[in-house]
Write a protein that binds this ligand. Structure first.
Ligand SMILES: Cc1cc2nc3c(=O)[nH]c(=O)nc-3n(C[C@H](O)[C@H](O)[C@H](O)COP(=O)(O)O)c2cc1C
Length: 214
């Protein structure tokens, strides 16, 4: 009996540790909101990182903070977002940052990351070697549930793709300003992404964007 109780306690402690690890949140440093090259220079330079020679340099937390903020962070003192959203709704496309240390979901409200898994899932979510080797891959996921009655127009997915286009373009430009290369990609192992990021049935992975420092 005493043995069973000890076993139960050990299992309980393991569950508590696992749950608290899964909920671990990392407050990101403040994003860069001024300086850098001007928008027209960035537009003139904008390009996708080469598939053959994709940059592999590590991305710092400061840099990731700025790219995520550019992609869907709060601006105007918290009154809006860096990207336009249909009906002024809060972002209905979520961003996950997948790194060799695990996968993390971006919370634009708190400008923080929460761990989804501490496993390296890069090898599962793509067949492209340069993506597997990237120090960070952003995954853009729509949840049409977040669109409320707008998703009943059957345009939910279209709205999500429009949003992800604006988000990734902002990410391209912010990344370039920081000396980071990125590439918009539709190609991914969708089912593996769903499993690895623990997505629900209403979540659709839209695109990925590997990032690497030059
Ligand atoms: C809708 C869309 C889907 C794309 N999918 C992929 C992809 O699956 N794999 C890839 O390597 N690049 C992908 N790309 C990147 C394009 O190949 C790239 O933008 C194009 O070659 C032009 O290069 P640039 O971005 O440097 O101007 C995609 C781009 C767009 C707009």
């Amino acid at each position: 009996m005493a043995r069973k109780t000890v076993l139960f306690m050990v299992l309980l402690i393991c569950c508590i540790i696992t749950a608290s690890e899964a909920l671990a949140a990392l407050k990101l440093p403040d994003p860069k909101k001024e300086g850098g090259d001007g928008i027209f220079s960035l537009l003139e330079r904008r390009a996708s990182g080469s598939r053959e020679n994709f940059p592999k340099g590590k991305i710092s937390q400061d840099e990731l903070s700025s790219v995520l903020w550019a992609a869907s962070g709060l601006n105007r003192g918290g009154k809006g977002w860096t990207v336009p959203m249909a009906g002024g709704k809060p972002p209905y496309v979520r961003i996950y940052a997948v790194t060799p240390d695990g996968a993390f979901i971006y919370d634009w409200k708190a400008h923080s990351l929460s761990e989804v898994t501490n496993k390296n899932v890069l090898g599962e979510i793509t067949e492209d070697d340069f993506v597997k080797e990237a120090p960070c891959v952003l995954v853009f996921v729509s949840d049409t549930g977040d669109l409320g009655n707008m998703s009943s127009l059957n345009a939910g997915n279209a709205l999500a793709y429009v949003a992800s286009g604006a988000m990734t373009q902002n990410a391209y430009l912010a990344a370039d300003a920081l000396g980071i290369g990125g590439r918009y990609m539709l190609t991914m192992n969708t089912d593996a992404v769903k499993r690895a990021l623990k997505l629900s049935n209403t979540d659709s992975p839209l695109c990925i964007m590997p990032l690497g420092k030059y």
